[in-house]
Design a protein around this ligand. Structure first.
Ligand SMILES: [Zn+2]
Length: 402
C-alpha cells in the first residue's frame, strides 16, 4: 500500500480568527514529504511551526483568491522561509542581494494564484525592505478577461525571471500546470490543475491528482511461477520470480506477460486509479470545477454560515434555513448543506471533523454542522454509504490512504 498523503488544516476560520481557529490555510504533505500550502492567512507561519510540519519541505504555495484572510501571511512566510528579515534601505548594502551567480534553474519557492498575486508580493516585499536570501517565482492563473502583462517586467530582488501567466484552456481549466516526479523512478506521481469557483472576487479551486499506480499482483502468481520454476529456467528465465518485480515497476509495459509451460499467461494487472484531493477556497458555487473534481477522495469545502436554531445564539427564532442560505450566497459563501450537496455532485467523500477543542458549545455546533452536511448528501442519495464528514480543526491531520 502506498504511503499516506496527509492533509493538515493550519487555519479554519474565515475573516475573524479565534484562539483555536486561525485564518485560512491548509497543508498537504505528499509521500515524498514535499509540502504544499493552500492559502496563507495571517499567522500561518506560527501554525506551521506549532504543528508537525517542516519549513524546509514547503516548496509550492497555492492561493485561491486575494482576500486578505487568505494572503496576509504570505510575505512574512516567504521572509521566514528565505531569511528575508531586517532589510536595509540600500539593497547594495545587504549581502543577501549580492548574488554573483545567475538565478538558479529552480527557485526555492513557487507560488500560484490569480492575477494580482505577483504585484501584491512585490509591493509587500518592496515596501518592507524585505531582501530574501533565496529565489521565489510567481505563476499567475489568468482568466480571459485579465489584462495581459509581462511577468518578467519589474521583478523585485530574488524574484525568479521564470514567472509565467498561465491562460485558461478553452474548457475553462488550468490543467496540470505543476507536477511532482517520484523521487525513486522519476515518473510523474502527482499533478495539479485548477478551475474557477464562484466567490465575490476572482477565485480558483485546486485539484491534486495522483497518477494511476501499478495494480496489485494476483495472489496466485508467485505459486504458479514457483510450480513451473525449473521449466521456466530451462527456457531462459534465469530467475522467473523477477517477473513479479517487473510488474510493480512504474515503467512496466502494459502488455508485459509471462507464458507458463502449461500455455497460460500471467499478464500485467491493470493500473489502479490514484488519489484525488480537491481544495476549494471561499465559494458560493464551485460548479465550474466539477469536471476536474469528480470522484475526489477528499473534498475540502468551506461552510462559513450555518442555520443552527437553538444552538447558535446568532440564529434568530424567526429565521429559516432558506434565508440563511440566501444571505450566505449573497456574500459568496456556503452553508454545510451546500457543501454536502456539492460533495454529492462530484461523487466525493467529504471530510471535516466533529469536534472543536474542549469547549462543549463549539463542539455541539461542529457536530450539528456535520449533520447538516451529511443530511443534504443523504437527501440526494438516500444513503450515507461511502460518506465521511469531518469538521476540520486546526492542526488535526487527515490521512488519505492509498
Ligand atoms: Zn474570500
Amino acid at each position: 500500500m502506498p504511503p499516506s498523503i496527509t492533509i493538515l488544516p493550519l487555519g479554519t476560520a474565515s475573516a475573524v480568527p479565534s484562539l483555536t481557529r486561525n485564518h485560512s490555510s491548509l497543508a498537504v504533505i505528499l509521500p515524498s514529504s514535499s509540502t504544499l500550502i493552500f492559502d496563507v492567512g495571517e499567522g500561518t507561519q506560527h501554525r506551521i511551526q506549532r504543528f508537525p510540519l517542516k519549513l524546509n519541505k514547503v516548496e509550492k504555495i497555492f492561493i485561491t483568491h486575494l482576500h486578505g484572510d487568505h494572503v496576509f501571511g504570505l510575505c512574512p512566510l516567504l521572509a521566514t522561509l528565505m531569511n528575508g528579515a531586517g532589510g536595509t534601505a540600500d539593497p547594495d548594502a545587504d549581502p543577501r542581494t549580492h548574488d554573483a551567480d545567475a538565478p538558479p534553474t529552480k527557485p526555492r519557492i513557487e507560488i500560484y494564484g490569480p492575477k494580482g498575486l505577483r504585484e501584491y508580493i512585490r509591493a509587500g516585499l518592496t515596501l518592507t525592505y524585505t531582501h530574501l536570501g533565496d529565489w521565489y517565482v510567481v505563476h499567475e492563473l489568468h482568466f480571459p478577461h485579465d489584462a495581459p502583462s509581462d511577468p518578467t517586467e519589474h521583478c523585485y530582488l530574488k524574484e525568479h525571471p521564470s514567472g509565467t501567466n498561465i491562460p485558461q484552456d478553452p474548457q475553462g481549466f488550468w490543467r496540470d500546470f505543476a507536477a511532482w516526479t517520484h523521487p525513486a523512478h522519476g515518473n510523474v506521481e502527482f499533478t495539479i490543475s485548477a478551475a474557477e469557483i464562484k466567490h465575490s472576487v476572482p477565485s480558483v479551486g485546486y485539484v491534486l491528482t495522483e497518477s494511476p499506480r501499478p495494480g496489485k499482483i494476483p495472489r496466485d502468481y508467485a505459486a504458479r511461477i514457483s510450480k513451473h520454476k525449473e521449466a521456466l529456467q530451462r527456457s531462459g528465465h534465469e530467475n522467473p520470480m523477477k517477473f513479479l518485480g517487473l510488474l510493480q515497476a512504474w515503467d512496466c509495459p502494459e502488455d508485459a506477460a509471462l507464458e507458463l509451460p502449461d500455455g497460460t499467461r500471467l499478464t500485467k494487472p491493470p493500473r489502479v486509479r490514484g488519489r484525488k484531493i480537491t481544495v476549494l477556497g471561499d465559494t458560493c458555487d464551485p460548479s465550474p470545477i466539477i469536471p476536474l473534481a469528480e470522484y475526489s477522495d477528499v473534498l475540502v469545502h468551506e461552510a462559513t454560515n450555518a442555520f443552527l436554531p437553538g444552538l447558535d445564539p446568532a440564529t434568530k427564532g424567526t429565521e429559516t434555513y432558506e434565508a440563511v442560505e440566501e444571505r450566505t450566497k449573497s456574500r459568496g459563501h456556503s452553508t454545510p448543506e451546500m457543501a454536502g450537496r456539492f460533495a454529492h455532485a462530484i461523487n466525493s467523500r467529504y471530510k471535516d471533523d466533529d469536534a472543536d477543542g474542549p469547549d462543549g458549545a463549539a463542539k455541539k455546533i461542529m457536530v450539528r454542522i456535520g449533520v447538516c452536511a451529511m443530511g443534504s448528501w443523504m437527501t440526494a442519495t438516500g444513503s450515507s454509504e461511502g460518506l465521511r464528514v469531518t469538521c476540520a480543526r486546526d492542526g488535526v491531520p487527515i490521512e488519505v490512504k492509498g
